[in-house]
Design a protein. Structure first.
Length: 418
């Protein structure tokens, strides 16, 4: 009996050690598998870096990540690959935010009310991370939609999203029965894209040019160098059935309005807050706060039309035009879009939490969007963002043509290669 007991104890110890070792070898959220098209694979750059927003990759492979919450008092992380692994080499910037870009030897980064730039030295390091140049100051920053996405063209201009601090420009925001303000005073200082000069320091808000208006909130913003134009993804409005149950069912509210993909020209008016895009009727519809009934177009008939519409409330947080050589030729000059995921599609299942690809030709989509990367939210049903294990937020292209994806929930970053 003693020998049998000893054998059983030994087996139990071995099983326990094996189980512990197995658990230690598994990464966090091991059940999350990113699904990609055949021939692609996902590599983890870092498992957890912070509250990631947008990111960029320098020509030497260094990754710079913008944070929405300070980490050890800093809002920008710099990662470098050493001995086959990415390591946190530096952090700087005592501000949070979303926007980050690299152009002509400078790293550009935004807080919610200012834009800075940092010069790279000959070794591809930030020359003076504690003393950036301030190029824009005094941007509108209050309440919701305060983050400032940025994009740079090839003619010395920088474009900054200034989101509307409102859902639909009601007299009292998000209050049932409160009418829409007409004209909407928000549009004089927000609800659009502003253009500034890249090389002029300390530009005031008033020195900017309102490049495009009628945009509730743009987080995904990119300059398409091939077409020499600015492209943007708009977050559509919320709460149609909550405020107007006589006009919209909960199911209709889950599918309206569409998320809109725009090609913007100077002077473009995309219709917010008076209009929204109905992806089923395929036209701009007058908002109920302004006398709409779910069918009427009214003043919305001549507003800027999207070049493509996506399902409601998917929350597009990044758009990137692919110019690399690693992916197959069909991806060249097409658009990748990262969707952060919905919170308000009940009673339907919450959706988004993916990265899609849109093929392009002659400056516009040449086919339907395709789900490129999915599985971020996990295998369990997602009833809201709090249950999602990862939420795609930023996109970047590496010098080798790889696609980088940042997650805002756990701070994970993936590198997608073909």
């Amino acid at each position: 009996m003693k020998n049998i007991s000893r054998i059983l104890c030994a087996v139990l110890v071995l099983l326990t050690v094996g189980f512990t070792a197995l658990n230690k070898s598994q990464p966090a959220f091991a059940d999350v598998e990113i699904s990609l098209p055949a021939g692609f694979k996902a590599e983890t750059v870092v498992q957890s870096s912070g509250s990631n927003r947008h990111l960029v990759v320098n020509n030497n492979g260094d990754v710079y990540v913008k944070l929405s919450r300070l980490k050890d008092g800093k809002g920008i992380l710099m990662l470098r690959k050493k001995n086959g692994k990415y390591e946190l080499i530096n952090s700087f910037g005592n501000y949070t935010g979303t926007g980050i870009a690299i152009k002509n030897g400078y790293l550009y980064a935004s807080s919610d009310n200012e834009v800075f730039r940092y010069k790279f030295n000959a070794n591809n390091d930030i020359a003076d991370p504690n003393n950036p140049e301030k190029i824009i100051t005094g941007l509108v920053s209050k309440g919701q939609h305060a983050s400032k996405s940025i994009a740079l063209d090839n003619a010395g201009n920088i474009y900054v999203n200034i989101g509307a601090p409102s859902n639909a420009c009601q007299v009292t925001d998000r209050l049932a029965g409160s009418p829409g303000q007409d004209p909407c005073p928000i549009l004089t200082t927000a609800g659009g894209i502003w253009q500034f000069k890249v090389n002029k320091l300390n530009q005031s808000y008033a020195e900017g040019i309102r490049y495009a208006t009628g945009l509730r909130n743009v987080v995904g913003l990119d300059w398409n160098s091939k077409e020499d134009d600015l492209y943007a993804m708009q977050h559509g409005r919320d709460q149609l059935s909550q405020f107007f149950p006589e006009l919209y069912s909960n199911e209709e509210n889950a599918e309206l309005p569409a998320e809109e993909f725009f090609r913007l020209k100077k002077g473009s008016d995309c219709g917010y807050p008076y209009c929204y895009y109905d992806g089923f009727q395929k036209k701009k519809i007058l908002g109920p706060e302004y006398g709409g009934d779910g069918k009427k177009q009214g003043r919305c008939a001549d507003k800027e039309q999207p070049i493509m519409a996506f399902p409601a409330h998917w929350a597009p947080n990044a758009v990137l035009f692919y110019t690399g050589k690693n992916f197959p030729e069909r991806y060249k000059n097409g658009a990748f879009i990262a969707f952060h995921g919905s919170w308000n599609r009940a009673p339907l299942k919450q959706a988004g939490y993916n990265v899609v690809f849109v093929p392009f030709k002659n400056g516009k989509p040449s086919g339907n969007y395709e789900i490129f990367a999915t599985g971020f939210a996990g295998k369990e049903a997602v009833n809201g963002p709090g249950q999602a294990k990862y939420r795609p937020c930023g996109l970047a292209q590496g010098p080798d043509g790889a696609l980088y994806i940042s997650d805002s929930r756990e701070g994970r970053i993936w590198k997608i290669v073909y």
